[in-house]
Design a protein around this ligand. Sequence first.
Ligand code: ADP
Ligand code: MG
Length: 272
Amino acid sequence: DVDLHFTGSTRVLTVSNQKGGVGKTTTAVNIASALASFGAKVLVIDLDPQGNASTALGVPHNAETASIYDVLIDDVPLADVVQSSPESETLFCAPSTIHLAGAEIELVSQVAREHRLRRALDQYVADNPVDFVIIDCPPSLGLLTINAFTAASEVFIPIQCEYYALEGLSQLLGSIQMIQKHLNPGLHLSTILLTMYDGRTRLAQQVADEVRNHFPEQVLSTVIPRSVRVSEAPSFGQTVIAYDGNSAGAIAYREAAVEIASKSQTTQSKEN
Ligand code: ADP
Ligand code: MG
């Protein structure tokens, strides 16, 4: 049994990696659902125009749905677009719609373009205290991801245990440093999760060892196995936690969520 205590302060994690297909969305929704299953109040912000996180959480996100686009571009309060996920009473999602595809360009001419998500989130959290905010980023380092980095205090990187896993990581770390310097001094890389792990291959083990050597503090002990159940779940509008809670993938994501929740609360730098 899991006995976790949530302190009432909000941890904001952004799930980022400029590579596509590494398990960002899968990780964001499954960690969120697992945390909610332990009683945490969790808000997922879908910042990817593809809207896969919204789909996996069973939240409508057609072109007419009020979405994170309206928050970023038209100053709509975040509370007006947040929906409940049918998966848990404590799980919420700010959906993305296809309109978000244009936001990357529309943001360029906006006032305080790097801070728009953070401002909306600060206002939301003041009225709706949540334990975790988990932001699902698109596979790029553009203004949407910069908004996530500016709103978050923790960067959470999923790494796929395959060829070239570390490729592009230095670029990502460089972006985080730049954000620390210019926009959000409190941002730090808190968590790395190895995903789609196939223990039968030597390559997966080598990649895992290499990542652990580079980031001994950040890599979670839990690894997420490659599992068909994990990849099937979204087509049922569910996370694997709800779709098949006893599957290896669900068990691993719950264990990873326990590790994340148990990590000593890292100081939020929200004073500035
Ligand atoms: P990203 O958001 O980084 O683009 P996704 O989370 O969408 O990556 O994952 C990419 C693909 O890999 C999806 O089809 C997803 O279902 C699949 N996938 C992710 N994690 C696993 C896993 N542990 N086992 C099997 N398939 C997975
Ligand atoms: Mg994704």
